[in-house]
Design a protein around this ligand. Structure first.
Ligand code: CUA
Length: 424
């Protein structure tokens, strides 16, 4: 095989290899009406481009052959300035731009349609570097894993508590920014951004923050779990039926907290959090080997399903972990463990953590072992996270000082991992 042929064959192989694999963040396998609008626009522009390419190549081939240099033939007639050609290559591209612009603008308007009032509203709140999801109708709160019904128009009402983030789940449609809410005069509504779509297929769809928001931006992942209506209702029911009494009693710091209030800007919740104990200087994080490969692969089953013979299912250990979380350390200052309590929300709501596929906003697969790693050295797993570990403090987002070390011993960390895994 000649070198050129080998090069072509290799290139072809590489191109074909791109077609086979599963890409969880692909925008060319739409599963919502929104994504379908974008995708069909993309496909039609692509094929028109191919037609233009073919025409240009045919003309080029004709010219190359027809006017090729030959010894027995004089030079073809030379042309300088041709009005017809000039008009042609000005008007032609202008028409092409119009042909692309018209359906594009149509698609923009179609995907920005006003609310109909029929939609199922879910509030999406951006935090550095995680996602908060509130279901105002049911008073349910969760984080990083967004459950949505299939076949029903949903409206995501979006804002941020800090900087601008952008919600992007490629299979469900385009990006939309989550802006910090401005204080508005009384009587006026805050300006939310809305993203509306109807999911057409059940499944697990990966997403990603698409607006640079700090050092942890690339690690701000999310998952959408699209479920049939009945299954979705069941999930909501499970979230509401969590043992709220236990957690409320165990976490006196959150006693003043109100239940989910979708209209209250989330940042007000943050300011109410009491000051942490005196900080210690942040130390260097140890080097940790982190296997994140599994975390970015969609998984329908929850990997943390605890079989009875697993160490983390021991009720005594879980109880010890509950105390470690709420009494020994101050985890409850930032995290709610009740899926019906929206605050505190300085960190993700952990109410159903045990049933989520990942931890750290898509960073790690959710296993008790990874939970131990995460609780011990969060900043080694996710460099800019605002969560202290057992040996390292963490900066306080937007405020002076830092969150001191959690003070949990390795045994207590293990127990806390068991407790969190038990929260379903
Ligand atoms: Cu949030 Cu980038």
């Amino acid at each position: 095989m000649s070198r050129a042929r080998f090069a072509v064959a290799t290139l072809l192989l590489l191109v074909l290899a791109g077609c086979g694999a599963e890409y969880p963040q692909s925008s060319i396998s739409p599963t919502s009406d929104f994504a379908e609008i974008i995708h069909s626009l993309y496909v039609s522009v692509f094929w028109w481009t191919m037609v233009i390419l073919a025409v240009v190549w045919l003309i080029l081939a004709y010219i190359l052959v027809r006017f090729r240099a030959r010894d027995d033939r004089p030079h073809p007639k030379q042309i300088h300035g041709h009005l017809g050609l000039e008009i042609g290559w000005t008007v032609g591209p202008a028409l092409i731009v119009v042909a692309i612009a018209v359906p594009t603008i149509q698609a923009v308007f179609e995907t920005q349609r006003e609310r109909t009032g029929e939609e199922y509203v879910v509030e999406v709140i951006g935090h550095r570097y995680w996602w908060e999801f509130r279901y105002p109708e049911e008073g349910v709160v969760t984080a990083n894993e967004l459950h949505l019904p299939v076949g029903r128009r949903v409206a995501l009402r979006m804002h941020s508590v800090d900087v601008v983030h952008s919600f992007w789940v490629p299979q469900l449609g385009g990006k939309r920014d989550l802006n910090p809410l401005r204080r508005v005069p009384q009587g006026e509504n805050p300006r939310y951004n809305w993203l509306r779509f109807t999911i057409t297929e059940p499944g697990v769809y990966m997403g990603q923050c698409a607006e640079f928001c700090g050092h942890g931006h690339s690690l701000m992942g999310l998952t959408v779990v699209a479920q049939e209506e009945g299954e979705f209702r069941e999930w909501l029911g499970g979230m509401g039926a969590a043992d709220a009494a236990t957690d409320t009693a165990a976490a006196p710091d959150t006693a003043g907290a109100t239940t989910t209030d979708a209209d209250a800007p989330a940042e007000t919740a943050g300011t109410a959090a009491p000051a942490p104990p005196d900080g210690q200087a942040a130390q260097e994080e140890p080097e940790i080997e982190v296997d994140t490969a599994a975390a970015r692969t969609p998984a329908a089953d929850t990997p943390a399903a605890a079989a009875a013979d697993e160490w983390w299912a021991d009720p005594g250990l879980i109880e010890e972990g509950r105390r470690g979380f709420h009494e020994v350390s101050y985890c409850g200052l930032c995290h709610s463990t009740d899926p019906t309590r929206a605050v505190p929300n300085l960190g993700p709501n952990l109410g159903n953590l045990g049933s989520r596929a990942t931890i750290g906003a898509g960073r790690l697969e959710n296993t008790p072992g990874n939970l131990i790693t995460w609780i011990t050295h969060p900043r080694a797993v996710k460099p800019d996270v605002y969560m202290p570990g057992t040996e390292t403090a963490a900066p306080r987002l937007g405020q002076e000082g830092e969150w001191p070390v959690t003070g949990l011993t390795p045994e207590q960390v293990r127990a806390v991992a068991a407790y969190l895994t038990s929260l379903k």
